[in-house]
Design a protein around this ligand. Structure first.
Ligand code: KIV
Ligand code: ZN
Length: 527
C-alpha cells in the first residue's frame, strides 16, 4: 500500500443483501464457494448472511465463519438481543468477526413500520450496540433509510451509537433515493456535527433504484467514507446494490482523482462475476460496465482504427486488469492436461486436483462432440463442474422424438441417490416441454414454469447452449442452469437442477420441523 494513500475497505454483502434479491437464494455449498472466491478476490469484510432469518441462514454464516480465512466475517442482526446473540454465535469461529446491527431511523419507517418515537429509537439503537459489544469487539451500526432521515436526528443517533461502542457506522441509502451532491453533503454534515465521528470508520451502503448506487458510493468516499458496501454484479434488493466490480475499478482507474486504494485483486473480478452469475443463473448483461461481454469490444471503424494505433485512444482499462484474458487460442481433442490447466489458470479460476480431474474428463467428452473449444466453453465446463455435486436426481438417459406435424415425445431415465431408477415418458408441445413433463412425472414434483432462456456460451455452429430455467413451487422461486452442445439435453439438465433444489429445500425444511417437534417434546417432558 502506498504510504500517503488512504485505503477504502470493501465490504461485500452478496451473501446477505445480494441473496435477498428475487431468485438469487443460494444453497450452503454455493455460499461457501462464493465466500471462498470473495476471500481470494481480497474483500475486507464478507457479510455472510442474516443468522436470525432461519436455521439455514445461521448454518451458512457459521460455515463461512469456520471455513473461510482472511476477511472479517460479519452477521447481520436486528436491534434485539436474540438476533444479536444468534449473529455473534454464528460468526464466533472466524478469527476476525463482526456483528452488524441495524435499526430504521427515518420518519417514514418510525411512523409506519416501527411505530416508535425518536427517543425510543435512540434507546433501542444504543442498547443493541451495547449488547453486541458484550459479545464481539467489532460492531457496525446502520441507521436504515439514513438518506431519508432528518439530518439533526441522524447525527444524534450516530453520536449515541458511537458512545455506545460502535466501531463502524454505515450510512445506507436503503431505497436508492439520494443523489451524489446531497449524499456528499450528508457525510460532511455528520463529520462536522457528530462528536467522536473520527473514532469510527464511516461506511456507505447504496441501492440502485435510480441507477446511482456506484456514483453515490463514490461521492460518499470523497466526503470521508472509508468502507463501501457492495455486491458482485450489483445483485440485491429490487434494482440491486452498488456493484463491487464497478466501484473498485472506478477507484483504480481514477486513482489520481480519488487518491485511495483497495485490497482487491482486480484480475479476479471477471471470474468471480462469472461464478456468481452462474450460481444464481442471472446472466450478466452484455453492456454491463467492467464485466459485460461488450465492455472491451470495439465495433465502429473509427474506434477500431484508434485502438490499432494505441489502445488508450478508446480504452480506459485493460481487459487483463479485470481478469478478462480472452485469447484466440483454441483447444481441441488433442490438447492435453497441461494446456487445459494453464488455460483455466489464465482465465482466473482456481480448481483443486479433484475438480480438475472432473473438468478434464468432461473436456475430453466435449472435444469429441465439438471440434474447437473456446474460452467460453472452458469457463462453462469449470463452472458446471463446480455446480454438479448438487442433487439427488441425475439424468441417465433422454430420448426425444419431434416431428413438425406431431406431438413431441420424451422419455427420461432418472437415477435417485437413494437407488431408485425411474423411467418416464410424456408428450408435449415440442421436445423441451415433453422432457420437462416427463421429469415432473418421474419425480412427482409439479412446478410452474416462469421463464426459460437459451444462450450460446461460445462461437461457431457447434457452440454450446446454456439453458436457464426459472420456476415457482410452493410460492418460492427456484432456478437451474446447464450447458451442452445439445440444447434439449441442456434444458432437461437445467430443469432437473431445479427439481434437485426443490427436493433439497424440502428435505431441509422437514429436518428443521423434526428438530422443532423434538424440542417441543423435550420441553413438554420437562414440564
Ligand atoms: O439497505 C439497507 O438499509 C440495508 C441495511 C440492513 C444496511 O441493507
Ligand atoms: Zn441494503
Amino acid at each position: 500500500m502506498s504510504p500517503n494513500r488512504d485505503r477504502v475497505m470493501i465490504f461485500d454483502t452478496t451473501l446477505r443483501d445480494g441473496e435477498q434479491s428475487p431468485g438469487c437464494s443460494m444453497t450452503q455449498p454455493e455460499k461457501l464457494r462464493i465466500a471462498k472466491a470473495l476471500a481470494e478476490l481480497g474483500v475486507d469484510v464478507i457479510e455472510a448472511g442474516f443468522p436470525a432469518a432461519s436455521r439455514g441462514d445461521w448454518e451458512s454464516v457459521n460455515a463461512v465463519a469456520r471455513e473461510v480465512q482472511g476477511p472479517i466475517i460479519c452477521g447481520l442482526a436486528r436491534c434485539n438481543r436474540d438476533d444479536i446473540k444468534l449473529a455473534a454465535d454464528a460468526v464466533r469461529p472466524a478469527s476476525n468477526r463482526r456483528v452488524h446491527v441495524f435499526l430504521a431511523t427515518s420518519a417514514i419507517h418510525r411512523e409506519y413500520k416501527l411505530n416508535m418515537a425518536r427517543d425510543e429509537i435512540i434507546r433501542m439503537a444504543v442498547e443493541g450496540v451495547k449488547a453486541a459489544r458484550e459479545l464481539v469487539e467489532d460492531v457496525e451500526f446502520s441507521p436504515e433509510d439514513a438518506s431519508r432521515t432528518e439530518l439533526e436526528f441522524l447525527a444524534q443517533v450516530v453520536e449515541a451509537v458511537i458512545d455506545a461502542g460502535a466501531t463502524t457506522v454505515n450510512i445506507p441509502d436503503t431505497v436508492g433515493y439520494t443523489v451524489p451532491d446531497e449524499f456528499a453533503e450528508l457525510f460532511r454534515y455528520l463529520r462536522k456535527n457528530v462528536r467522536g465521528i473520527d473514532k469510527v470508520r464511516l461506511s456507505v451502503h447504496c441501492h440502485d433504484d435510480l441507477g446511482m448506487a456506484v456514483a453515490n458510493s463514490l461521492t460518499a468516499v470523497v466526503a470521508g467514507a472509508r468502507q463501501i458496501e457492495c455486491t458482485i454484479n450489483g445483485i440485491g434488493e429490487r434494482a440491486g446494490n452498488c456493484s463491487l466490480e464497478e466501484v473498485v475499478m472506478a477507484l483504480k482507474t481514477r486513482e489520481a482523482f480519488f487518491n485511495l486504494e483497495t485490497r482487491i485483486k482486480t484480475n479476479k473480478l471477471y471470474p468471480t462475476s462469472r461464478m456468481l452469475a452462474n450460481i444464481v443463473a442471472m446472466p450478466i448483461p452484455r453492456n454491463k460496465a467492467v464485466v459485460g461481454e461488450n465492455a472491451f469490444a470495439h465495433e465502429s471503424g473509427i474506434h477500431q482504427h484508434g485502438m490499432l494505433k494505441h489502445h488508450s485512444t478508446y480504452e480506459i482499462m485493460r481487459p487483463q486488469d479485470v481478469g478478462l484474458t480472452r485469447s484466440s487460442l483454441v483447444l481441441g481433442k488433442h490438447s492435453g492436461r497441461h494446456a487445459l490447466k494453464e488455460r483455466i489458470k489464465e482465465l482466473g479460476f482456481v480448481v483443486d486436483d479433484l475438480e480438475f480431474a472432473r473438468v478434464f474428463e468432461e473436456f475430453k467428452a466435449l472435444a469429441d462432440k465439438k471440434k474447437e473449444l473456446f474460452d467460453g466453453d472452458i469457463e462453462a465446463l469449470v463452472l458446471q463442474a463446480e455446480n454438479s455435486a448438487a442433487g439427488p436426481w441425475s439424468l441417465k438417459n433422454l430420448r426425444t422424438v419431434a416431428e413438425s406435424d406431431q406431438v413431441a415425445q420424451a422419455t427420461v431415465q432418472l437415477q435417485h441417490s437413494d437407488g431408485r431408477l425411474v423411467e418416464q415418458r410424456a408428450s408435449g408441445d415440442g421436445p423441451v416441454d415433453a422432457a420437462f413433463t416427463a421429469i415432473e412425472q418421474a419425480t412427482g414434483i409439479d412446478v410452474t414454469l416462469q421463464k426459460f432462456e437459451l444462450r450460446s456460451v461460445s462461437v461457431g455452429e457447434d457452440a454450446q447452449g446454456e439453458a436457464l430455467v426459472y420456476v415457482e413451487y410452493n410460492k418460492r422461486s427456484y432456478r437451474g442452469s446447464s450447458v451442452s452442445t445439445n440444447i434439449v439435453e441442456s434444458a432437461a439438465e437445467a430443469f432437473l437442477e431445479v427439481i434437485n433444489r426443490i427436493e433439497l429445500a424440502q428435505a431441509s425444511l422437514a429436518k428443521s420441523q423434526d428438530e422443532r417437534t423434538g424440542a417441543a417434546r423435550t420441553a413438554q417432558a420437562a414440564v
